[in-house]
Design a protein around this ligand. Structure first.
Ligand SMILES: [Zn+2]
Length: 343
Protein backbone atom coordinates (compact mmCIF):
# COMPACT_ATOMS: atom_id res chain seq x y z
CA UNK A 1 0.00 0.00 0.00
CA UNK A 2 1.52 3.29 -1.00
CA UNK A 3 -0.70 5.92 0.54
CA UNK A 4 -0.50 5.74 4.28
CA UNK A 5 -2.27 8.96 5.14
CA UNK A 6 -5.98 9.48 5.15
CA UNK A 7 -8.71 12.07 5.65
CA UNK A 8 -10.01 14.51 3.13
CA UNK A 9 -8.27 17.77 2.30
CA UNK A 10 -10.10 20.70 0.75
CA UNK A 11 -12.54 19.56 -1.88
CA UNK A 12 -10.78 16.27 -2.29
CA UNK A 13 -12.60 13.26 -1.01
CA UNK A 14 -10.32 10.45 -2.11
CA UNK A 15 -9.68 8.29 0.95
CA UNK A 16 -6.90 5.73 0.70
CA UNK A 17 -7.01 2.72 3.01
CA UNK A 18 -6.70 3.80 6.63
CA UNK A 19 -3.54 3.14 8.55
CA UNK A 20 -3.77 4.94 11.87
CA UNK A 21 -0.31 4.01 13.07
CA UNK A 22 1.35 5.68 10.08
CA UNK A 23 -0.64 8.85 10.50
CA UNK A 24 0.32 9.14 14.14
CA UNK A 25 3.98 8.48 13.31
CA UNK A 26 3.97 10.97 10.46
CA UNK A 27 2.46 13.63 12.65
CA UNK A 28 5.21 13.50 15.24
CA UNK A 29 8.28 12.67 13.15
CA UNK A 30 9.52 16.16 12.59
CA UNK A 31 8.44 19.52 11.29
CA UNK A 32 6.92 20.67 8.06
CA UNK A 33 7.71 23.71 5.92
CA UNK A 34 6.80 25.40 2.75
CA UNK A 35 9.73 26.85 0.80
CA UNK A 36 9.16 29.80 -1.50
CA UNK A 37 10.90 29.73 -4.85
CA UNK A 38 11.37 33.35 -5.85
CA UNK A 39 11.84 32.94 -9.57
CA UNK A 40 13.77 35.97 -10.78
CA UNK A 41 15.83 36.37 -7.66
CA UNK A 42 16.99 32.79 -7.88
CA UNK A 43 17.88 32.99 -11.53
CA UNK A 44 20.56 35.54 -10.65
CA UNK A 45 22.15 33.29 -8.09
CA UNK A 46 23.32 30.34 -10.13
CA UNK A 47 24.17 29.39 -13.66
CA UNK A 48 21.21 27.10 -13.87
CA UNK A 49 17.80 28.59 -13.19
CA UNK A 50 15.91 27.26 -10.23
CA UNK A 51 13.76 25.23 -12.61
CA UNK A 52 16.55 22.69 -12.79
CA UNK A 53 16.78 22.37 -9.06
CA UNK A 54 13.29 22.67 -7.73
CA UNK A 55 12.72 18.93 -7.73
CA UNK A 56 16.05 18.27 -6.02
CA UNK A 57 16.96 20.82 -3.41
CA UNK A 58 16.34 24.26 -1.94
CA UNK A 59 19.01 26.79 -0.97
CA UNK A 60 18.67 29.45 1.69
CA UNK A 61 20.87 31.22 4.21
CA UNK A 62 20.91 32.47 7.76
CA UNK A 63 19.19 35.76 6.85
CA UNK A 64 16.00 33.79 6.19
CA UNK A 65 13.55 33.31 9.03
CA UNK A 66 13.19 29.74 10.37
CA UNK A 67 16.52 28.71 8.77
CA UNK A 68 17.68 27.09 11.98
CA UNK A 69 14.53 25.04 12.43
CA UNK A 70 14.63 23.00 9.23
CA UNK A 71 15.94 19.49 9.92
CA UNK A 72 16.51 16.16 8.22
CA UNK A 73 13.24 14.25 8.19
CA UNK A 74 11.11 17.36 7.89
CA UNK A 75 8.40 17.50 5.27
CA UNK A 76 8.73 20.28 2.68
CA UNK A 77 6.29 21.67 0.17
CA UNK A 78 7.92 23.91 -2.44
CA UNK A 79 5.80 26.80 -3.66
CA UNK A 80 6.05 29.68 -6.08
CA UNK A 81 3.86 32.78 -6.08
CA UNK A 82 0.92 30.92 -7.59
CA UNK A 83 0.84 27.34 -6.40
CA UNK A 84 2.46 24.48 -4.53
CA UNK A 85 4.85 22.64 -6.86
CA UNK A 86 5.48 19.40 -4.98
CA UNK A 87 6.49 17.72 -1.76
CA UNK A 88 9.32 15.68 -0.29
CA UNK A 89 11.20 14.85 2.90
CA UNK A 90 14.50 16.54 3.76
CA UNK A 91 17.01 13.73 3.26
CA UNK A 92 20.17 15.70 3.78
CA UNK A 93 21.04 19.17 4.92
CA UNK A 94 24.25 20.78 3.67
CA UNK A 95 25.57 23.51 5.92
CA UNK A 96 28.20 25.90 4.56
CA UNK A 97 29.41 28.32 7.25
CA UNK A 98 31.13 31.67 6.60
CA UNK A 99 29.77 32.40 3.17
CA UNK A 100 29.85 35.94 1.86
CA UNK A 101 26.72 37.50 0.57
CA UNK A 102 25.96 40.91 -0.90
CA UNK A 103 23.01 42.63 0.63
CA UNK A 104 21.43 45.82 -0.65
CA UNK A 105 19.80 48.37 1.61
CA UNK A 106 17.89 51.59 1.15
CA UNK A 107 20.46 54.44 1.47
CA UNK A 108 17.90 56.53 3.37
CA UNK A 109 16.49 54.22 6.03
CA UNK A 110 18.58 51.05 5.76
CA UNK A 111 15.61 48.82 4.98
CA UNK A 112 15.90 45.85 2.60
CA UNK A 113 12.24 46.24 1.68
CA UNK A 114 12.68 48.22 -1.55
CA UNK A 115 11.62 47.23 -5.05
CA UNK A 116 13.06 47.72 -8.49
CA UNK A 117 10.75 49.59 -10.84
CA UNK A 118 10.51 48.68 -14.47
CA UNK A 119 9.49 51.98 -16.04
CA UNK A 120 9.88 54.85 -13.57
CA UNK A 121 13.06 56.67 -12.56
CA UNK A 122 14.86 56.62 -10.17
CA UNK A 123 15.15 52.89 -10.48
CA UNK A 124 14.34 51.84 -6.90
CA UNK A 125 11.65 52.80 -4.47
CA UNK A 126 11.65 51.98 -0.77
CA UNK A 127 8.19 51.24 0.59
CA UNK A 128 9.09 51.57 4.31
CA UNK A 129 10.37 55.17 3.96
CA UNK A 130 8.90 56.20 0.60
CA UNK A 131 12.20 57.41 -0.92
CA UNK A 132 13.29 56.65 -4.47
CA UNK A 133 16.93 56.20 -5.45
CA UNK A 134 19.18 54.93 -8.23
CA UNK A 135 21.75 53.07 -6.21
CA UNK A 136 21.16 50.97 -3.10
CA UNK A 137 23.77 50.76 -0.38
CA UNK A 138 25.55 47.45 -0.82
CA UNK A 139 27.22 45.62 2.04
CA UNK A 140 28.96 42.30 2.34
CA UNK A 141 27.70 40.10 5.12
CA UNK A 142 28.75 36.74 6.49
CA UNK A 143 26.07 34.12 6.33
CA UNK A 144 25.69 30.42 6.81
CA UNK A 145 24.35 28.88 3.64
CA UNK A 146 22.09 25.84 3.62
CA UNK A 147 20.91 23.44 1.00
CA UNK A 148 18.10 21.04 1.86
CA UNK A 149 17.98 17.97 -0.40
CA UNK A 150 14.66 16.21 -0.91
CA UNK A 151 14.91 14.95 -4.51
CA UNK A 152 14.86 11.27 -3.56
CA UNK A 153 11.34 11.55 -2.17
CA UNK A 154 10.02 14.38 -4.37
CA UNK A 155 6.45 14.11 -5.67
CA UNK A 156 5.30 16.79 -8.15
CA UNK A 157 1.84 18.29 -7.71
CA UNK A 158 1.39 19.45 -11.29
CA UNK A 159 -1.43 21.82 -10.45
CA UNK A 160 -3.38 19.88 -7.80
CA UNK A 161 -2.75 22.44 -5.00
CA UNK A 162 -2.97 26.18 -5.50
CA UNK A 163 -1.70 29.01 -3.32
CA UNK A 164 -4.94 29.37 -1.35
CA UNK A 165 -5.16 25.64 -0.65
CA UNK A 166 -1.59 25.62 0.62
CA UNK A 167 -2.26 28.70 2.76
CA UNK A 168 -4.92 26.69 4.61
CA UNK A 169 -2.16 24.36 5.83
CA UNK A 170 0.04 27.20 7.05
CA UNK A 171 0.71 27.75 10.75
CA UNK A 172 1.56 31.43 10.30
CA UNK A 173 -0.50 34.25 8.88
CA UNK A 174 2.47 36.09 7.40
CA UNK A 175 2.79 35.99 3.64
CA UNK A 176 6.31 37.40 3.69
CA UNK A 177 8.26 34.41 4.92
CA UNK A 178 10.26 32.32 2.45
CA UNK A 179 10.28 29.40 4.87
CA UNK A 180 6.87 28.98 6.44
CA UNK A 181 5.78 26.46 9.04
CA UNK A 182 2.90 24.26 7.88
CA UNK A 183 0.82 21.66 9.70
CA UNK A 184 2.49 18.32 9.04
CA UNK A 185 -0.45 16.00 9.70
CA UNK A 186 -2.92 18.13 7.75
CA UNK A 187 -0.46 18.50 4.88
CA UNK A 188 0.01 14.75 4.66
CA UNK A 189 -3.76 14.29 4.69
CA UNK A 190 -4.27 16.95 2.02
CA UNK A 191 -1.72 15.47 -0.36
CA UNK A 192 -2.97 11.91 0.20
CA UNK A 193 -6.46 13.11 -0.72
CA UNK A 194 -4.96 14.34 -3.99
CA UNK A 195 -3.47 10.95 -4.75
CA UNK A 196 0.09 12.03 -3.99
CA UNK A 197 1.92 9.00 -2.58
CA UNK A 198 5.08 9.83 -0.66
CA UNK A 199 7.46 7.03 0.18
CA UNK A 200 7.48 6.24 3.87
CA UNK A 201 9.91 8.44 5.67
CA UNK A 202 13.41 7.01 5.34
CA UNK A 203 12.29 4.48 2.73
CA UNK A 204 13.80 6.34 -0.21
CA UNK A 205 16.88 7.86 1.37
CA UNK A 206 19.69 5.45 0.72
CA UNK A 207 23.14 6.00 2.17
CA UNK A 208 25.64 8.11 0.22
CA UNK A 209 23.03 9.28 -2.22
CA UNK A 210 24.28 11.30 -5.14
CA UNK A 211 22.24 14.20 -6.39
CA UNK A 212 22.02 13.82 -10.13
CA UNK A 213 20.70 16.73 -12.11
CA UNK A 214 20.23 14.72 -15.24
CA UNK A 215 18.42 11.57 -16.11
CA UNK A 216 20.13 8.97 -18.29
CA UNK A 217 20.00 10.41 -21.77
CA UNK A 218 20.85 13.89 -20.59
CA UNK A 219 17.36 15.19 -20.03
CA UNK A 220 16.78 17.20 -16.96
CA UNK A 221 14.10 15.89 -14.69
CA UNK A 222 12.08 19.07 -14.75
CA UNK A 223 11.71 19.14 -18.51
CA UNK A 224 9.16 16.37 -18.67
CA UNK A 225 7.22 17.80 -15.74
CA UNK A 226 7.12 21.22 -17.37
CA UNK A 227 5.90 19.75 -20.62
CA UNK A 228 3.13 17.84 -18.84
CA UNK A 229 2.30 20.90 -16.79
CA UNK A 230 1.87 23.09 -19.85
CA UNK A 231 -0.97 20.95 -21.09
CA UNK A 232 -3.86 23.11 -19.85
CA UNK A 233 -6.43 20.35 -20.23
CA UNK A 234 -4.39 17.92 -18.15
CA UNK A 235 -3.71 20.61 -15.55
CA UNK A 236 -7.43 21.29 -15.26
CA UNK A 237 -8.06 17.58 -14.68
CA UNK A 238 -5.25 17.30 -12.10
CA UNK A 239 -6.63 20.33 -10.33
CA UNK A 240 -10.06 18.73 -10.20
CA UNK A 241 -9.15 15.12 -9.43
CA UNK A 242 -5.65 15.14 -7.92
CA UNK A 243 -3.03 12.70 -9.20
CA UNK A 244 -5.56 9.89 -9.31
CA UNK A 245 -6.41 7.62 -12.23
CA UNK A 246 -10.20 7.50 -12.43
CA UNK A 247 -10.12 3.72 -12.92
CA UNK A 248 -7.14 2.46 -10.88
CA UNK A 249 -6.55 5.15 -8.24
CA UNK A 250 -3.43 7.13 -7.26
CA UNK A 251 -0.58 6.90 -9.77
CA UNK A 252 2.72 8.70 -10.32
CA UNK A 253 2.35 11.94 -12.31
CA UNK A 254 4.63 10.45 -14.96
CA UNK A 255 2.01 7.91 -16.04
CA UNK A 256 -1.15 9.98 -15.64
CA UNK A 257 -2.65 11.21 -18.88
CA UNK A 258 -5.57 13.38 -19.82
CA UNK A 259 -8.05 11.19 -21.66
CA UNK A 260 -10.71 12.62 -23.93
CA UNK A 261 -13.98 10.76 -23.58
CA UNK A 262 -14.73 11.57 -27.17
CA UNK A 263 -12.04 11.69 -29.82
CA UNK A 264 -10.43 15.11 -29.53
CA UNK A 265 -10.22 15.61 -33.30
CA UNK A 266 -13.97 15.16 -33.54
CA UNK A 267 -14.69 18.14 -31.31
CA UNK A 268 -11.47 20.18 -31.11
CA UNK A 269 -12.64 21.33 -27.72
CA UNK A 270 -11.24 20.68 -24.29
CA UNK A 271 -14.18 20.42 -21.94
CA UNK A 272 -13.19 19.21 -18.49
CA UNK A 273 -16.53 17.40 -18.31
CA UNK A 274 -15.38 15.34 -21.29
CA UNK A 275 -12.08 14.32 -19.77
CA UNK A 276 -10.72 11.92 -17.17
CA UNK A 277 -7.25 11.32 -15.79
CA UNK A 278 -6.19 7.81 -16.71
CA UNK A 279 -3.01 5.81 -16.18
CA UNK A 280 -1.17 5.46 -19.49
CA UNK A 281 -1.97 1.76 -20.04
CA UNK A 282 -5.60 2.25 -19.04
CA UNK A 283 -5.83 5.25 -21.37
CA UNK A 284 -4.52 3.14 -24.22
CA UNK A 285 -7.01 0.36 -23.54
CA UNK A 286 -9.81 2.91 -23.26
CA UNK A 287 -8.90 4.50 -26.60
CA UNK A 288 -8.34 1.08 -28.12
CA UNK A 289 -11.85 -0.10 -27.31
CA UNK A 290 -10.89 -2.65 -24.65
CA UNK A 291 -12.25 -0.73 -21.67
CA UNK A 292 -15.46 1.20 -21.31
CA UNK A 293 -17.41 2.96 -18.59
CA UNK A 294 -21.15 2.58 -18.18
CA UNK A 295 -23.52 5.47 -17.65
CA UNK A 296 -23.60 4.45 -13.96
CA UNK A 297 -19.82 4.99 -13.98
CA UNK A 298 -18.98 1.30 -13.64
CA UNK A 299 -15.90 -0.09 -15.42
CA UNK A 300 -16.45 -2.69 -18.16
CA UNK A 301 -13.52 -4.78 -19.39
CA UNK A 302 -13.47 -6.44 -22.83
CA UNK A 303 -13.84 -10.24 -22.64
CA UNK A 304 -10.54 -10.62 -24.45
CA UNK A 305 -8.75 -9.01 -21.49
CA UNK A 306 -10.28 -11.15 -18.78
CA UNK A 307 -7.28 -13.49 -18.69
CA UNK A 308 -5.15 -10.61 -17.41
CA UNK A 309 -5.72 -10.42 -13.67
CA UNK A 310 -4.58 -6.81 -13.34
CA UNK A 311 -7.32 -5.76 -15.76
CA UNK A 312 -10.04 -8.34 -15.07
CA UNK A 313 -10.13 -7.23 -11.44
CA UNK A 314 -11.25 -3.80 -12.64
CA UNK A 315 -14.47 -5.25 -14.10
CA UNK A 316 -17.47 -3.97 -12.16
CA UNK A 317 -15.53 -1.43 -10.10
CA UNK A 318 -16.86 2.09 -9.77
CA UNK A 319 -15.06 5.11 -11.14
CA UNK A 320 -12.81 6.66 -8.47
CA UNK A 321 -13.94 10.24 -8.78
CA UNK A 322 -15.66 12.48 -6.23
CA UNK A 323 -19.41 11.97 -5.97
CA UNK A 324 -20.05 15.57 -7.03
CA UNK A 325 -17.66 15.51 -10.02
CA UNK A 326 -19.38 16.59 -13.18
CA UNK A 327 -18.67 14.14 -15.99
CA UNK A 328 -20.58 14.20 -19.23
CA UNK A 329 -22.49 10.94 -18.89
CA UNK A 330 -23.94 11.16 -22.37
CA UNK A 331 -20.45 11.16 -23.85
CA UNK A 332 -19.51 8.23 -21.60
CA UNK A 333 -22.62 6.34 -22.69
CA UNK A 334 -21.79 7.01 -26.33
CA UNK A 335 -18.25 5.66 -25.93
CA UNK A 336 -19.62 2.66 -24.03
CA UNK A 337 -22.15 1.82 -26.76
CA UNK A 338 -19.65 2.12 -29.59
CA UNK A 339 -16.99 0.16 -27.69
CA UNK A 340 -19.02 -2.73 -26.29
CA UNK A 341 -20.73 -3.25 -29.67
CA UNK A 342 -17.43 -4.73 -30.86
CA UNK A 343 -17.04 -7.19 -27.95
ZN1 LIG B 1 13.98 53.45 2.95
Amino acid sequence: MCCSEVRSGGNFTYAPAMDGVDIAAAAVNGGAWSFLIAGEERQFQGNAGYEDMVEESYSYDSTVGNHRRVAVGDLVVVRNGREALGIGYVEELEVLPDQQKLRSRCPHCGSTGFKERTTEQPRYRCSPCGNAFDRPKVETIQVTAYRAHYGGTWQPFEGCMDKAQLAELSLSKSDQQSIKAIDRARTLAAVAARGVCLPRQGQASGAARQYPLELPGGRRRMTAAVRRGQDAFRRALVRRYGLICAITGPAPAEVLEAAHLRPFAATERHRVEEGLLLRADIHRLFDGGLLAISRELVVCVAPSLLGHVSYSELEGTTLQIPVDAVVDRDVIKEHHAVTTATW
